[in-house]
Design a protein around this ligand. Structure first.
Ligand SMILES: [Zn+2]
Length: 164
């Protein structure tokens, strides 16, 4: 019992740390005073300041207001993974691979992030993972991957899998 409750306290204090850090960062980035930030959220500057100093913990309702006020998802507000992942997807990556499938008489560029075949050359984003794509090095530096048709069909709706 004691352990469970001290675990909970630790998680809770991590939550307050993350929230406080994120709020400070937002205030910095957007050049907001506590007053201006509190106004965006719809609370008193004192309460906002107490959250920053980790003296008060927001209720769920208040947490939602923070998200709405700063236009962040809960994960973004707590600095958790998907915002990082989302950011990484927006940094363009060069397409440098071409997948050739002799059995299907196909040649497709390959997404540098998720490795799926891209349907069109020069498309700006991968259809599957949303990665932002650059094509500047494609013709000069692409390497060729020879692939069996089965591999290519993996995960797609095509059903003629054993063409060999
Ligand atoms: Zn992709």
């Amino acid at each position: 019992m004691l352990d469970a409750s001290s675990d909970r306290k630790r998680v809770f204090s991590m939550f307050l740390d993350a929230l406080s850090t994120a709020l400070l960062q937002i205030c910095n980035e957007e050049n907001l005073s506590y007053e201006a930030a509190a106004e965006k959220v719809g609370c008193s500057p004192e309460f906002f300041g107490r959250i920053i100093r980790k003296r008060s913990s927001p209720t769920i309702t208040y947490f939602e207001r923070l998200c709405r006020g700063f236009e962040r998802t809960p994960n973004q507000l707590l600095g958790i993974s998907d915002s990082v992942d989302e950011l990484l997807h927006r940094i363009p990556m060069c397409v440098t691979k071409m997948r050739v499938i002799p059995a299907a008489n196909l040649a497709n560029p390959v997404c540098p992030r998720c490795n799926c075949s891209l349907e069109r050359e020069y498309q700006a984003f991968c259809d599957r993972c949303g990665q932002h794509l650059l094509w500047c090095r494609f013709y000069r530096e692409s390497s060729i991957i020879i692939s069996s048709s089965q591999e290519y069909n993996e995960g797609s709706a095509t059903n003629s899998s054993n063409s060999r």
